[in-house]
Design a protein around this ligand. Structure first.
Ligand SMILES: [Zn+2]
Length: 399
């Protein structure tokens, strides 16, 4: 398995129980008690099987007959929340979309053969365009990670630029792969030509069509490979991303799973984060100071580690971080939710099925407040005024 496959494997392994396990009493779905009960069931079943093989086969079929995707009786094994808990989050959740690989007309050759099983983890240029259009048409508006974090109670800055009654989402791109940001050579002035079919090119095109679509996605960059895999363009690309308004996130120097290193190998964590910062600085100079978030490689995090990651010292320099991105597979908590932790921000791996289920058609998403009042502005126009709505109202108002 290559690194990307391994990321996905871990993610799927973590996510699958959510949709296949029926909720059990007790805290841990994998408890010894449950194993013993299962063993007894198997022994009993074997006994009955001798008596009537067909009956038991039918019974087993019925048992495995999945009540698939009905909410309420499934539980997230990592948080012990039912799907109902999750989707009725205090003030509604916000989906953070996580993309890895894009198949563009020009990058397809670079990516090479993709097996049928792996295809679902790739998004084509047309699919990505369609997803942006669908979100827009369904009243979703994109916000940056900083805006997401600023949705804390009392901060209305972000809400002021958003229409009332819309749902929010954040775009993130991991691993700086082919198809995310490709150049197609240079124009007469030597300026690089951005592939209109790569993720960045598509977002630029989309923002021209819909001016309220901001170029504010986050790119989680690691340095295991040359970022975006086009040698000689790294400095140009990283700076261009910041010029456009995109955000860069520290995805470590060599994509090491940080949770495996804590607490026994803190020096390695310092190196993974600190070395990445040095590389960012080598390309961006002082602009690297804008990088204040971490993205866990493979989505491996542990609560004991969160505090440690706030301040990392490496080669005599100290770097501070305010948040970290996970890959849990569900929508992120509203930052007003008491369960919100800035170092454990969930994201959704996007493929056609999960895009529909966890984003487009997901119930219980946060909605911006409706217009509550009007006032006369200085120039006589009526301006909309937003007020923060109590949680109870938003919950009752949920999508
Ligand atoms: Zn990664």
């Amino acid at each position: 398995m290559d690194r990307f496959e391994e990321d996905l494997f871990q993610l799927k392994k973590r996510r699958n129980p959510l949709w296949t396990e029926t909720k059990k009493e007790g805290d841990n779905g994998f408890s010894v008690k449950r194993i013993i009960i299962n063993a007894l069931i198997v022994i009993a079943a074997a006994g009955v099987l001798i008596v009537n093989g067909m009956l038991i086969l039918n019974a087993m079929d019925n048992h495995s007959d999945p009540k698939k995707f009905t909410y309420g009786d499934k539980v997230n094994p990592y948080t012990n929340q039912t799907i109902d808990d999750i989707f009725s989050g205090v003030a509604g959740r916000i989906p953070i979309l996580m993309y890895h690989n894009f198949i563009t007309p020009t990058s397809a050759g670079q990516i090479g053969y993709i097996s049928k099983g792996k295809m679902r983890y790739y998004v084509s240029s047309d699919e990505f365009r369609e997803q942006l259009e669908l979100l827009y048409a369904n009243n979703f508006r994109n916000i940056s990670l900083d805006e997401y974090l600023s949705l804390m109670k009392g901060d209305k800055k972000t809400l002021d630029r958003l229409p009332p009654d819309c749902m929010l989402y954040v775009l993130t791109f991991d691993d700086a792969t082919y198809g995310q940001f490709d150049f197609l050579g240079a124009d007469k002035n030597g300026e690089p030509i951005i592939d209109p079919d790569c993720a960045v090119g598509i977002m630029i095109g989309f923002s021209k069509k819909h001016p309220d679509f901001k170029l504010n996605a986050a790119f989680c960059i690691d340095f295991e490979n040359t970022p975006f895999l086009q040698n000689g363009y790294v400095e140009k690309k990283l700076n261009l991303l910041l010029d456009y308004g995109f955000e860069l996130v520290n995805h470590t120097a060599s994509h090491e799973y940080l949770a495996n290193l804590y607490p026994d190998n803190k020096a390695k964590i310092d190196k993974e984060i600190g070395r990445a910062m040095e590389l960012f600085e080598s390309y961006l100079g002082y602009r690297a100071r804008t990088i204040d978030k971490i993205c866990y490689p493979g989505g491996f995090d542990s609560p004991e580690m969160y505090g440690y990651l706030k301040k990392i010292t490496y080669n005599g320099k100290t770097y501070q971080f305010e948040a970290a991105l996970d890959a849990e597979g569900l929508q992120a908590y509203n930052p007003n939710d008491t369960r919100f932790n800035p170092f454990d921000i969930a994201r959704i791996e996007i493929n056609a099925k999960d895009f529909k289920m966890f984003v487009l058609d997901a119930p219980g998403l946060y909605k911006t407040p409706p217009v509550l009042a009007f006032k006369k502005g200085n120039n006589g126009y009526i301006e909309k005024v937003f007020e923060f709505i109590p949680e109870s109202v938003i919950t009752g108002n949920a999508h």
